[in-house]
Write a protein that binds this ligand. Structure first.
Ligand SMILES: Nc1ncnc2c1ncn2[C@@H]1O[C@H](COP(=O)(O)OP(=O)(O)OP(=O)(O)O)[C@@H](O)[C@H]1O
Ligand SMILES: [Mg+2]
Length: 136
């Protein structure tokens, strides 16, 4: 199939608080970032889904109608950045006792994508996934 090529170094999408956004982000990553092998792809997409889910849960929890911003950086060092506008948390990566979930989403995400970086404060949370280097 012939593909058009476009000059685009960064793509930002804004998600509202619904789970369809997760499927949309996964589709964009698979289509726009370099292909990963069959082991890496589900791990990265799984971790990404956990992080976007947390962002949505936080916005729902505080009743925020702000958008969650997901940026795909498509340049030579690709990365995916997820920013929410919640009230932040202490990203210690210990099982959570304060939430109804199992409290394992981030621990598992970090285990499978150790490059993941979390910055969190009262204005919100940003998680960066540098794209795996082994990407072909
Ligand atoms: N973006 C975020 N904003 C605010 N708090 C967050 C955010 N992400 C995670 N947290 C906090 O960190 C805790 C741990 O997150 P984690 O994803 O590991 O577990 P969980 O979401 O509680 O449960 P699970 O993911 O297993 O369903 C959450 O319960 C929440 O308190
Ligand atoms: Mg979670």
């Amino acid at each position: 199939m012939k593909r058009e090529t476009y000059e685009c170094s960064e793509l930002e999408v804004k998600l509202s608080n619904n789970l369809e956004g997760i499927a949309f982000v996964r589709m964009l990553v698979r289509r726009l970032l370099p292909p990963l092998d069959e082991v890496q792809e589900p791990l990265l997409l799984g971790a990404l889904s956990e992080v976007v889910t947390n962002a949505i849960e936080e916005h729902v929890r505080i009743g925020s109608e702000a958008y969650i911003e997901v940026t795909l950086s498509l340049g030579p060092e690709p990365k995916i950045t997820i920013t929410d506008h919640g009230t932040g948390f202490e990203p210690e990566l210990r099982p959570s006792t304060t939430h109804t979930g199992a409290g394992l989403g981030l621990i598992i995400s970090k285990a499978v994508v150790p490059e993941m970086q979390i910055t969190s404060g009262r204005q919100g949370t940003t998680v960066v996934f540098p794209y795996p280097e082994e990407a072909v």
